[in-house]
Design a protein around this ligand. Structure first.
Ligand code: ZN
Length: 260
């Protein structure tokens, strides 16, 4: 429900959201294949197909083998956003080296009816979730005055670590656009396993462009939020994963540089 007297205060916006209790339904699970630290180290080929991934969730984000662009999934549709700015529907036999999905069952719904920055929207989501220690999935459908994205460029063997691979990554700015943001907010304690904080991908309504979101400013939007307190991880059964360096002193700063 919309608060009849609009207020810029984050807690007032959060209070205007409808909360819905799903009695008797199993709790949502965050499912991921591989680890963010493996991707940072250059493990760009996984053994999981998109068809297998969709069994674990119809909603999420990630990348493709050879680091070939950004993955965005919702309503069981999966799209690939590539470095040339193009987007295409994904084949079920394509593989992913890192993806995070859930069966999206939002329990908090609301509308943002005034222009908001990314920081303001994130503050509203933080307020809705209430605790920094649980996971959250969210979907935002709306109109944006600007969305700034990047897409990872496809790599060839021998793979370089991610910070080198993305040195020349293309950045796109979508002005006056409509589309969907798919995002997760993960607790700080999973940095390395996943991405601590917010991780968001975008696709335009015409399904022709998008990417990993760097920044946005929305005009008006519908917001759906799910709180999640279960995490499941499948590690790739590949030699490259087994040989990877998955912990280092500068892992946190590398992830911030790669995914921030
Ligand atoms: Zn991303």
């Amino acid at each position: 429900m919309i608060n009849p007297t609009p207020c810029s205060c984050v807690s007032d916006i959060a209070r205007s959201f409808t909360r819905f209790v799903r009695d008797g339904q199993p709790e949502s699970e965050l499912y991921q294949t591989s680890l963010m630290s493996a991707l940072i180290d250059g493990v760009y080929d996984g053994d999981m197909t998109i068809e297998q991934l969709l069994k674990h969730g119809d909603f999420g984000l990630g990348t493709f083998n050879e680091l070939d662009g950004e993955l965005i999934a919702f309503d069981s549709e999966v799209h690939q956003l590539r470095e040339d700015g193009s987007a295409r529907a994904v084949r079920p036999d394509q593989k992913t080296p890192f993806a995070v999905v859930t069966h999206f069952r939002p329990t908090m719904f609301g509308s943002l009816t005034k222009p908001r920055t990314k920081q303001e929207v994130q503050a509203v989501i933080d307020e809705l979730i209430g605790s920094p220690n649980v996971f959250c999935a969210f979907r935002i459908d709306g109109r944006f005055s600007r969305v700034e994205t990047r897409t990872v460029p496809r790599q060839a063997m021998p793979y370089r670590p991610m910070l080198q691979a993305i040195e020349h990554q293309p950045i796109f700015a979508f002005e006056e656009t409509s589309g969907t943001l798919v995002g997760f907010r993960c607790p700080e304690y999973v940095q390395g396993i996943n991405v601590a904080g917010f991780h968001v991908h975008f696709i335009t309504d015409d399904r022709k462009g998008g990417g990993h979101v760097l920044d946005y400013r929305l005009i008006e939007a519908k917001v759906e939020v799910a709180r999640i307190s279960r995490l499941r991880i499948d590690l790739p059964r590949t030699e490259h994963f087994e040989r990877a360096t998955l912990h280092s002193e500068d892992m946190a700063s590398a992830i911030e540089a790669a995914e921030g």
